[in-house]
Design a protein around this ligand. Structure first.
Ligand SMILES: Cc1ncc(COP(=O)(O)O)c(C=O)c1O
Length: 385
């Protein structure tokens, strides 16, 4: 399917969405400007309530980022030096970094080679008497297979922390992220499915005591002004972020559905172009709702980096989430891991490629992306012949 279109296709574009909502965003901006309340206050409280309701949870506590949400959640559980937290090595650095910053040790477990999510069947082997929690990272918008994980967690009386930073609105067996563990952490980084205009995060949970503790921890450990019961830090959410995110929240489901429809369209285009030799479509488990924060294909025959360069030359954005697994990062050298420790994760790091996806991506743009992949494959096959 040769293509004549030359217009670039970005990996992500927030401008179209922002333009469509401009009047409402400006009105929210004005409301905050005129309220005189820049940090916390009614906008943040309303956003907390609306997000808790969206997830089907009792409480939500806003904070400065998804990374801080993870740290706050674990700090409220009193996780610290000498403790271990189990998580996959195939995730954004903050999942592990938040554990290390509390002085605890990240303990890695390999991923399911099809979904790239934590393999729940390998968790039990890694549990020690120092294990304090299991972190379920719902990667790319698809939930971890929670049923077997719940069973392990229950057997060992361990809490599950959802790293749902890429999975707002995702579901497992009809339940939304935010209700699949003891606490769930969300990010409003601008490229997320619910993206803000700067950093922002939220812990969603149903335990009032933990929620109150997190609310104190994000404010220097203070429940009463200038009285500090515990060590916290400044991780408050701006009223402006909350007001702008409140404008976007009602559209989140529509946007997630649009992403899922686009993923189906990509699947179909890959099949129609007989790209099976080059690209493996994402595996979608039937256990819930995949919100396609990313549409990630697997590129075979060691051609991933070449394909990426080819797409870049054609003005098509793509990204590798993530090129170096966490256990092989320089900063985690002291953990003593070697290449080969987590084979599924290491193979994925060499092969995954995220293609452009955002709710306003057009069919024409998708055709252009897959058409370019097909051109690349034809070129390579000709060279090999
Ligand atoms: C899986 C995962 N965990 C944690 C984070 C951290 O969120 P933030 O960038 O808001 O600190 C992100 C965001 O990029 C993420 O994708």
């Amino acid at each position: 399917m040769p293509t004549t279109r030359t217009k670039p296709v970005p990996l992500f574009d927030a401008k179209i969405q922002n333009k469509a909502l401009l009047v409402h965003l400006e009105e929210a901006f004005r409301r905050v400007m005129l309220s005189g309340q820049a940090i916390g206050g009614p906008e943040v409280e309303a956003f907390e309530q609306e997000l808790a309701a969206y997830c089907g949870a009792a409480r939500a506590v806003a904070c400065a980022s998804g990374s801080d949400a993870l740290m706050l959640a674990m700090a409220a559980m009193e996780i610290g030096p000498g403790d271990e937290v189990i998580l996959p090595p195939f995730t954004f650095f903050a999942s592990a970094g938040s554990i290390s910053r509390l002085g605890a040790k990240p303990v890695f477990v390999d991923v399911d080679p099809d979904t790239y999510n934590l393999d729940p069947h390998q968790v039990e082997n890694k549990i020690t008497r120092r294990t304090k929690a299991i972190m379920a990272v719902h990667l790319y918008g698809q939930c971890v297979d929670m049923e077997p994980l719940w069973r392990v967690a229950e057997r060992h009386n361990l809490p599950i922390i959802e790293d749902a930073c890429q999975a707002i609105g995702s579901e497992y067996q009809g339940k939304r992220t935010g209700t699949l563990g003891s606490m769930a952490c969300f990010s409003f980084y601008p490229t997320k499915n619910l993206g803000g205009f700067g950093d922002g995060g939220m812990v969603v949970l149903s335990d009032d005591e933990w929620a109150d503790t997190i609310a104190a921890l994000r404010n220097h450990g203070s429940k009463q002004r200038y009285y500090h019961d515990r060590m916290g830090w400044n991780s408050r959410l701006d009223a402006l972020q909350a007001a702008l995110l409140r404008v976007k929240l009602p559209y989140l489901d529509k946007w997630c559905d649009a992403r899922a429809a686009m993923a189906k369209r990509y699947d179909r285009l890959i099949e129609e172009n007989q790209l099976g030799y080059l690209l493996k479509k994402p595996t979608v488990r039937p256990h819930g709702r995949h919100t396609f924060h990313q549409y990630v294909v697997r590129v075979g025959h060691d051609l991933r980096d070449e394909l990426r360069t080819y797409l870049r030359e054609k003005g098509i954005g793509s990204e590798i989430y993530y090129p170096l697994p966490l256990h092989l990062q320089e900063v985690y050298k002291s953990l003593g891991h070697q290449p080969g420790d987590f084979p599924a994760c290491e193979k994925a790091a060499k092969e995954v490629l995220a293609l452009p996806i955002f709710p306003e991506l057009t069919l024409e743009q998708q055709r252009h992306v897959i058409g370019a992949c097909a051109d690349f494959m034809r070129c390579r096959l000709r060279m090999a012949a």
